[in-house]
Design a protein around this ligand. Sequence first.
Ligand code: CDP
Ligand code: MG
Length: 730
Amino acid sequence: FFFKGFILFYSFKDFIYLFIDTEREAETQAEGEAGCMIMPWAEGRSSPESFSALSWKADPEAHTPPPLQEPSGPSPPSQAQQKESVQAVRRSLPVFPFREELLAAIADHQVLIIEGETGSGKTTQIPQYLFEEGYTKKGMKIACTQPRRVAAMSVAARVAREMGVKLGNEVGYSIRFEDCTSERTVLRYMTDGMLLREFLSEPDLASYSVVMVDEAHERTLHTDILFGLIKDVARFRPELKVLVASATLDTARFSTFFDDAPVFRIPGRRFPVDIFYTKAPEADYLEACVVSVLQIHVTQPPGDILVFLTGQEEIEAACEMLQDRCRRLGSKIRELLVLPIYANLPSDMQARIFQPTPPGARKVVVATNIAETSLTIEGIIYVLDPGFCKQKSYNPRTGMESLTVTPCSKASANQRAGRAGRVAAGKCFRLYTAWAYQHELEETTVPEIQRTSLGNVVLLLKSLGIHDLMHFDFLDPPPYETLLLALEQLYALGALNHLGELTTSGRKMAELPVDPMLSKMILASEKYSCSEEILTVAAMLSVNNSIFYRPKDKVVHADNARVNFFLPGGDHLVLLNVYTQWAESGYSSQWCYENFVQFRSMRRARDVREQLEGLLERVEVGLSSCQGDYIRVRKAITAGYFYHTARLTRSGYRTVKQQQTVFIHPNSSLFEEQPRWLLYHELVLTTKEFMRQVRGPSFAQESEDVWGGRILARFNLLRLAEKQENINLR
Ligand code: CDP
Ligand code: MG
């Protein structure tokens, strides 16, 4: 039978029955169609070392930490009580018994690798210990880096609460386009990218006494670059303390990299986790997830559920499906709180996942990878893992960066499973077969540096005076072609000269925390006197294609609203138009609602715009407006993005640089028009290779003007750059 999509047609009695009688259903499924929605769980072996009974220490009861938040009872606890309970929670964390030992090790060694199970208190406690120990005396600061914005924000908020200070005073965070710190801030949580930018203003990090590179196992591009830079700084600043904190992965490599620095292990507190696999692969993992959550909810004892999905859209869809089905089941099932968590979720919504589950109810948190190691949610007993994540990949030959849903690694799968065993013995349901786990998953995730474009980082390193990139101390070096392409592109943009040295314009470009092409566009707006408009375009491009809102029940209205913003000349001008009209409405949320525009994205664009405007002075660009002369705006865009040119051929569009076949995204304002020349903001690979945010059509003519006809010469730079690199980089 087809269970898919028909779950609600069964009476509740059948519903329970269907779930419990898995044996029978498994058979039914075998002879039925793929995508049967009863999960016939096969109990698998616990994964080799991670879930051995050895890691199960002492009595579970004794280790269960007290609730994190004060229960909101009728009489709120007094301040003193609250303080006491905060301290009790702090003392209950696995890192606490090692406080003195850890501080002694830090005092004894300049570099220390700290390994500990997720949730043991590395991120929130260690910086506080250092603070208490006096590492912030004489105005010195402690930096703690996080790969993710959300983690930096939420952890800083947590620590501020524990210390009883206002966020932004002693404890603050700083992420791109958002700085919540002040003169007084001594504990700085920041994204790894922000610490990297600190090197520009303070190459020896002189105002920091301790740098803690946290979540090092994530191996983000920025973290990897930080390793090289910090190792270098540590050599000539013997008093600087370097801590590299990581979940229980890869620590030996970090130690080797930092000249055999000692590893400090915080013994884990992990209860056994039973792992279940599906007997057959799942065709539709989203549907399978939803059904499995309900299955767990109905058949399993109390305990919250954590589901790993790959991104916002998927998470929203799953949450909607879950809520919908719960609503229809009504009082037949106990209350199920469905809470999403992903990077763009507003912070008040994010905070909800940390609130304790009301008695009698069950919470299901539907999360991205963010809950894998950077965030710990109390009370999770069940983990549901479809085995996918969204991963960036980059092909230097085509210059194509894509974000695709790919199977996660074994290391990831084990981290995910581990989230179920934090407070008591747990269960992890994997929506794939045991065979797939053994044979199809990679051991570990490839470090980001090997699968991303490097323009930004190369520009930054060059402006830090690091000339010899081939010999930079990389933990894992990036592919040679990627590095070369980055150099070539920076040369084409005029950021590097023919000797591979940073130019004045390159120095300015590095000042702006955006991609080199975007920086170039902003700098060019000075020449064409349209910086006001270009700032808007840049800000709108930075908010990631989430401007328009398209509810399923109002598709026609939404599409009409979108088309109303169209202007001849392409999507950049459409974005400009949306923003300008919104600004004219007094930045109104009502206006957004009426025009099917996402208010949240617009608010973020406004923030980004303000931040960029504040940086203009540093790069010597004055504020000016083109007064409706959009040709000037288009020229500035061309100056930054000429590299991204495509030409219409008989078989569709081809990129001029790499001769890739590409298509205009159906959402583009130029989708119908199909102009002969196009300039695109980015390529995305979904069902096809799409160009997003395109502009035309008089591109060739304008570029002539901007580049004085040298454009094609500049496209053939690879050999030149390589020659340069031979001279300068080896
Ligand atoms: O860094 P590590 O994974 O070792 O642990 P942590 O992030 O310092 O978390 C320690 C404790 O603080 C955990 O019990 C978390 O649940 C709690 N925490 C929280 O309640 N809210 C946050 N925003 C961060 C941590
Ligand atoms: Mg942490």
